[in-house]
Design a protein around this ligand. Structure first.
Ligand code: ZN
Length: 332
């Protein structure tokens, strides 16, 4: 954090809880079929809704879909339908590449699925690949590669986070988990890198204790926990944002690490490490999403924190690469 922004951060922290929209007015329940109902309200009444049953253009307020979980077969991801005016994005980090799902609902209640969630914010998608390609031929180095992507949202002020109470890998206490999260978040908010680059982030984070809230619900609590996730997904970040001058403003961001699908470690450099994923590396990557960074390709930029593939027994994502820092500099 930059110290001269303390006042700004404090003010932003104060309005954090006010920056969210009220829940939409409930539509009165109706037992009899409404002959005038739009034919597009085809979703089942209970359980997850298939994305193909809720095409772009459906009014999710009329169809009473706000809060219902939409499942997308293509990405293997799901997200709760946001309230009017909000956009929700899920970013997945796996062993074989990225998965992303974005669901946006405009002020009038109309749902869309921006294929590129950068496009619906008015913020330009920043891709700086040329410099990265030039240096790729001399071997991967996180201090020479300059590629980054931004998502279109950012944290204004402070990001308070809570530790979820879901079961964690054996040996990882709440205290340890909180300390790893704190280090990971500070890496983003202090632009920690080993390339000699200075701090570019005018935003902060703060630890707020434990919660029984769970990942993936729009409950105004930023939860970081372990729990079940789709196969191959090491970590997921679900971020809700609202329109704001410039980049969208983050109003909630939840992070989950896959409890059952992976073996985790806090010592990836240990000679005993076999096929274990570093908790801090994945958390730093996921918090990068929270603060507005998107993925870069692992094939071209394997040493970037925002590389889209997680590698066992690697700690390279713990510190930012030059591209990651440039991305943050573009945001903050
Ligand atoms: Zn990711």
């Amino acid at each position: 954090m930059r110290s001269n922004l303390t006042t700004t951060a404090l003010i932003a922290a104060l309005i954090w809880g006010l920056g969210t929209l009220p829940a939409p007015a409930a539509t009165p329940p109706s037992d009899s079929p409404d002959p005038g109902a739009a034919p597009t309200c085809a979703a089942s009444r209970q359980g997850p809704v298939d994305k193909s049953d809720v095409p772009a253009g459906v009014d999710v307020v009329d169809c009473r879909l706000v809060g219902r979980v939409i499942s997308d077969e293509d990405s293997g991801l799901s997200a709760p339908v946001p309230s009017p005016g909000e956009t929700v994005s899920v970013e997945g980090l796996s062993v074989d590449g990225r998965s992303e799902l974005t669901v946006a609902v405009d002020e009038s209640g109309t749902i869309t699925y921006p294929a590129d969630h950068h496009a619906d914010t008015g913020a330009s998608q920043s891709v700086a690949v040329l410099a990265g390609l030039k240096t790729a031929s001399v071997g991967p180095s996180e201090c020479r590669q300059t590629a980054y992507r931004t998502t279109g949202w950012k944290v204004y002020g402070n990001f308070p986070w809570w530790v979820g109470d879901g079961a964690r890998p054996a040996g990882l206490s709440t205290k340890q988990f909180r300390s790893v999260i704190s280090r990971s978040a500070s890496t983003i908010t202090s632009s920690r890198n080993d390339c000699g680059l200075g701090d570019v982030v005018g935003a902060t984070h703060s630890s707020r204790g434990s919660t029984t809230k769970e990942y993936g619900h729009r409950d105004h609590v930023n939860v970081i926990d372990f729990g079940p996730l789709p196969r191959k997904m090491a970590g997921l970040t679900t971020t809700w944002s609202v329109k704001h001058a410039g980049r969208n403003k983050v109003v909630e961001s939840d992070i989950r690490l896959n409890r059952n699908g992976f073996a985790w470690t806090t010592s990836p450099g240990s000679s005993a490490c076999r096929n274990r994923i570093d908790v801090q590396s994945v958390l730093t990557h996921e918090l990068g999403h929270t603060f507005g960074l998107g993925h870069v390709s692992n094939r071209s930029y394997p040493r970037m924190t925002m590389s889209d593939v997680v590698e066992p027994c690697s700690s390279s994502a713990r510190l930012l690469g030059k591209g990651d820092v440039r991305g943050l500099a573009a945001l903050y």
